[in-house]
Design a protein around this ligand. Structure first.
Ligand SMILES: [Zn+2]
Length: 503
């Protein structure tokens, strides 16, 4: 890889304002493809989910997937867009082996949704409004696998394999207006926007939006212009960035690269670029085609889409609570700070905590377990919280056992450890491991008497006024009861026996 000249981030921002445009493709979670009845299930044998329509065979006719249109309208409404009263599909003509029809069925000058916005929350709580140009419907292409090259790219490959199972899967492309005024926070805004959009898509239930599975991918357009100027600079387009962190890194890298080129008197080439996960760099792809080259024209085989106003209003009324609104509501209900809420969000714990409170646990307890003990376990195992072998209902049960005094915190941690190890439900683990707070005063009293008798010197010190020494005796009792006593009660009993008051 050739070394790319970069200007330091601070120097780049001292001279230029970044302008971004983000294009996000979302694969919809429909059961069938956008224009035929083929399954969209992942993981099937190559080319087993194809038909004459999605293979573009002569004489085949497409039919629009109603759920695809409904999903597009829902996304448009959630992004505060206007919904077209009438719009058409268009053919985007170009040749590529993974696209058997030699055109992609897309939308051109008549998108189904346009002119909206999405408010995104930055890490310090500031709200940044990203304006939406359009959201349109289209179809995915097939998948090429290049064999023989070192990098998996076509260069150096001996041959390529094509799988058309993905060809025709519904996509929604969401395009922002130019994002200006973010300054040094541009990469953070890009990341926050994609994160917010992902949550929104999931809340709408139209896609799982798993970036690691390619169900959501982002193209990052970036240009720089000198401070105080308004004309846009030439942009580069970093394609198919597929994680939140990568979106941020790609924007940051391009800001530094553009700045270095401009400062040295060079010109930016309008091109697509590839992002490299390993070092966060981008490299040149192809010189960008202008839109005219695609010879768009209205798709003659599909009827126009004309969503009735009544139906659109029905969908609007059925929209779920939006993620940012929900987060703020939960933050207030739980009484946590902006910063703590951000940590909960980053840990992927919001829904788990909600489910745990739904199962009867107080919010502070639900939060304590998921963000404490369980977060540590997940971290150690290198998995996400929702991949742990414990359910919110089980966490709620542990919390209830602590509240009723059957378990103390220490024992509760052992119960959780047992559940995670597959020993069964909390009650089964309690049973099998014999974990129960010793609350029988008789048994506790005996243990206390024994501790005093075998530590006579310490007992004398306490009688003589060194109350702080009581810790040693409490420790002895806890050890004798294998940690299953209530430490506060043990302390009370010891002081009572020795006739000492704590004050
Ligand atoms: Zn098909």
């Amino acid at each position: 890889m050739t070394v790319t000249e970069l200007l330091s981030y601070d120097a780049a921002l001292a001279a230029y304002d970044p302008v971004m445009g983000l294009e996000v493709h979302v694969e919809l979670g429909t059961k069938t493809k956008m224009f035929c009845g083929c399954s969209t299930e992942l993981g099937a044998d190559a080319n087993s989910q194809t038909c004459p329509t999605c293979l573009g065979l002569p004489g085949s006719l497409p039919v629009v997937n109603a759920i695809g249109v409904e999903s597009a309208v829902k996304i448009g409404l959630a992004l505060n867009c206007e919904i077209a009263e009438w719009c058409r599909f268009a053919r985007k003509n170009y040749f590529y082996p993974d696209m058997p029809k030699n055109f992609q069925t897309s939308q051109y000058d008549e998108p189904i949704a346009f002119n909206g916005y999405l408010d995104v929350q930055l890490e310090d709580g500031e709200i940044f409004r990203v304006e939406i140009e359009r959201a349109h419907m289209e179809e995915d292409t097939g998948k090429s696998t290049h064999i023989g090259g070192a990098t998996g790219r076509i260069h150096g490959a001996s041959h390529s394999l094509l799988d058309y199972n993905r060809a025709g899967i519904p996509l929604i492309e969401i395009v922002t207006k130019p994002i200006e005024g973010a300054g040094e926070r541009a990469p953070e805004v890009a990341k926050a926007y994609v994160a917010e959009l992902r949550e929104l898509i999931r809340a709408l239930g139209v896609s799982e939006a798993r970036m690691d599975k390619g169900q959501m991918r982002c193209d990052v357009n970036l240009s720089l212009r000198p401070h105080g100027t308004t004309v846009f600079g030439t942009r580069s387009e970093t394609k198919n960035v597929n994680s939140l962190r990568s979106v941020e890194r790609a924007a940051r890298f391009e800001i530094q690269r553009h700045a270095a080129v401009l400062q040295s008197g060079g010109t930016i080439v309008q091109e697509t670029r590839h992002f490299h996960e390993d070092d966060g760099s981008t490299t040149s792809g192809r010189i960008k085609d202008n839109a005219e080259d695609y010879r768009y024209f209205p798709e003659p085989d599909l009827v126009p889409v004309a969503p009735s106003r009544a139906w659109v209003e029905e969908l609007r009324a059925g929209l779920p609570e939006l993620p940012r609104v929900r987060r703020n509501r939960l933050r207030e209900e739980w009484g946590v700070s902006e910063h703590d809420m951000q940590s909960i969000l980053n840990a992927g714990a919001v829904d788990l905590i909600v489910a745990t409170t739904d199962a009867g646990a107080p919010a502070d307890q639900a939060r304590k377990w998921w963000m404490g003990e369980l977060a540590r376990s997940a971290n150690e195992a290198g998995v996400s919280l929702d991949e742990l072998a414990i359910t919110p209902a089980q966490v709620a049960r542990v919390s209830a056992l602590v509240a009723s005094g059957d378990l103390n915190d220490k024992l509760a941690r052992q119960v959780i450890e047992g559940v995670l190890a597959g020993e069964g439900d909390p009650d089964e683990v309690v049973e099998k491991r014999g974990l129960k707070v010793v609350s029988d005063e008789g048994a506790l009293g005996t243990a206390v008497d024994e501790a005093i008798a075998s530590n006579a010197a310490i007992a004398d010190k306490i009688r003589g006024g060194k109350v702080a020494a009581v810790g040693a005796l409490v420790g002895a009792v806890m050890k004798a009861t294998r940690g299953q006593a209530d430490a506060a009660r043990v302390k009370e009993l010891i002081l009572e026996r020795l006739g000492v008051s704590e004050g």
